[in-house]
Design a protein around this ligand. Sequence first.
Ligand SMILES: Nc1ncnc2c1ncn2[C@@H]1O[C@H](COP(=O)(O)OP(=O)(O)OP(=O)(O)O)[C@@H](O)[C@H]1O
Length: 291
Amino acid sequence: MQPKVCGSAEPPIIEVTGLTKAFGRAPAQRVALRGVDLSVAPGEWVAIVGPSGCGKSTLLHLLAGLDTADSGSVRLAGEEISALSAGRRALARRHRVGLVFQAYNLVPHLTVQANVELGMRVAGTGRRATRARAQELLDLLGLSDVARALPATLSGGQQQRVAIARAAATRPDVLLADEPTGALDSEATGTVVDLLRTENAGGRTVVMVTHDYAVAATADRIIFLRDGKVTDERRPRGLTDRPGMAGVSPTTGTSAAAGSNSGDGSEGPEPAGTDTGTGTGDVDLLGLGSW
Ligand SMILES: Nc1ncnc2c1ncn2[C@@H]1O[C@H](COP(=O)(O)OP(=O)(O)OP(=O)(O)O)[C@@H](O)[C@H]1O
C-alpha cells in the first residue's frame, strides 16, 4: 500500500488543531503544548522529534485520548475525542489505537505471550486467530524463546519489543509509539522498524516519537516540535522510495535516509557523505541542527 500524504482527498485520520496543555499551577506550571496543529493522513507514517521536554509524549498521550487538552481539538477518524468522557475515550482507543508507552506498561503477572494476546482477547478475537497472530509477532520480533516468561525476567529491549507486539496485535487503525526503539541495539532497532513498516504497509497509520535520527528518517514525514510548538516538518525521502532498515545500523551511520532522493519533489536527505544519525545526537542525518 502506498503511504498517503496529507492534502490527499481522503480526510485525515488524525486532526489536531490549536492543542494546548499545561501541567500544574503558576509559578511552577509547565507548559507542554502551545497550540499544536497536525494532520495525519490514513496510512501515513509520521515521526515526531524534538528536544527533551518539548511536549512529544504529551502530544502522543492526547492523540491517544489518555489525557485531555486545556484547549484545542483532537479528531480521530472524524470523531472529536477531546470532548468524550474518559470511558468513551478508552473505547475509541480500544477500537482504533495501538499504543507503545515509553515505560512499556506490560502486565507483570502475565507471560509475554499473554501480554501480546491481551488486546485481542479483550476485542473478542477467536482463540486460534489470537494464538496465530501472537506467534507471528513473537517470531518477527525474536521473542518466541521468551513467550512463557514474565516481563520482569526480560531485558529492557525485550520488554520494549513485547510492548510493540502487544500494540500491533489487534491491527489497529493507528499505532502510536513513544520511543519504540529507545532501549534497543541497532539490530533490534532494524527489526522493529521493519515491523512498523510491515504494519504501515498493511494500512496502519503510524505516529512515533523518537530521538533517533535514523529511525525518524524511515518515516514519510518528520514533524519537529520545540517548546510545545510545531516548528518544521520534512519529508526525509521520496514516498515511492522506501529503503529498508534491515541490515542498516542506526548507530554506525549507514542510514536508510542516505539513499537517493526519488525526485518527486519531496525533501531529500543531506547529500551522500554527510554523517548519518546515531541516536546519540552527535551527527546530523538530515542537516537539522540540534533538536
Ligand atoms: N504529568 C506531568 N506533570 C507535570 N509536568 C509534566 C507532566 N508531563 C509532562 N510534564 C512537563 O511537560 C513538558 C513536556 O513533557 P513531555 O514528556 O511531553 O516532553 P517530551 O518531549 O516527551 O520529553 P522526553 O523527550 O524527555 O520524553 C515538560 O516540561 C514536562 O516536565
